[in-house]
Design a protein around this ligand. Sequence first.
Ligand SMILES: Nc1ncnc2c1ncn2[C@@H]1O[C@H](COP(=O)(O)OP(=O)(O)OP(=O)(O)O)[C@@H](O)[C@H]1O
Ligand SMILES: [Mg+2]
Length: 249
Amino acid sequence: MNKVLVQTIGLTKNFKDRKRGVIEAVKDVTFEAHSGEIFGLLGPNGAGKTTALRILATILKPTAGTATIAGYDVVRDPDSVRRSLGFLSNDTGLYGRLSAREMIIYFGKLYGMDSDRIEARLKELCDLLDMSEFLNRRCGKLSSGQKQKVSISRTIVHDPPVLILDEPTTGLDVLAARNIVSFIRTARDQGKCVLLSTHIMGEAERLCDRIGIIHNGVMTAVGTRDELFDRFNADELETVFLRAVGEAA
Ligand SMILES: Nc1ncnc2c1ncn2[C@@H]1O[C@H](COP(=O)(O)OP(=O)(O)OP(=O)(O)O)[C@@H](O)[C@H]1O
Ligand SMILES: [Mg+2]
């Protein structure tokens, strides 16, 4: 049986907003994701995907509930959690004046890796993400697809067991997106736990081993594609989604 690497129990996050009052961004979300698995959080804009991922990445504290990464509690043991995961956010920054290579080496050093290990990892990531053509170019001059590849590399240079990717292919062309999708599959096949968010039904359907449908902060259904098809008597994910959301309404 594959190891549980991500676990949330009753995870809840409220934001207080002066105009909107209390926003329940994530409500009582419970799920697990395992080694060797791609788990997708599928939901529309504002569903709570980014908020849930940011809690797991120790950037936000939950209002209630618990979460662990590789067995470490995100509130009690954030340093161990950060060593165990790589988090790609929508605003993962790159320093425009550093080359892609320098950027990845810089983050390797921040993670305390020695030069030999960083070089080996750089080569591995360069091959997996097809970066050789632009590795020596400044980040500021890269296309958005190239930047995304460097951002992914710098977040996982330390080769963590858990990859948390917030909409990893959004805004990318078909070729760049395909390369990242195949990279994600390779990571899964190497035994990583990949947790990603998407609002693209087709991507969730093609890529994810299990899918959690999230809407208004609530995880309304979880399962493999076929389990969801069965449960909602559907033959496409869009129907599952509409029925899952309707059920919650
Ligand atoms: N820092 C914050 N302060 C107040 N409200 C917030 C904050 N961050 C998120 N929210 C609110 O929480 C809810 C969930 O937002 P979140 O960014 O998690 O959604 P999402 O599923 O990632 O959406 P998208 O697909 O647009 O990225 C939204 O109503 C959002 O406005
Ligand atoms: Mg988001």
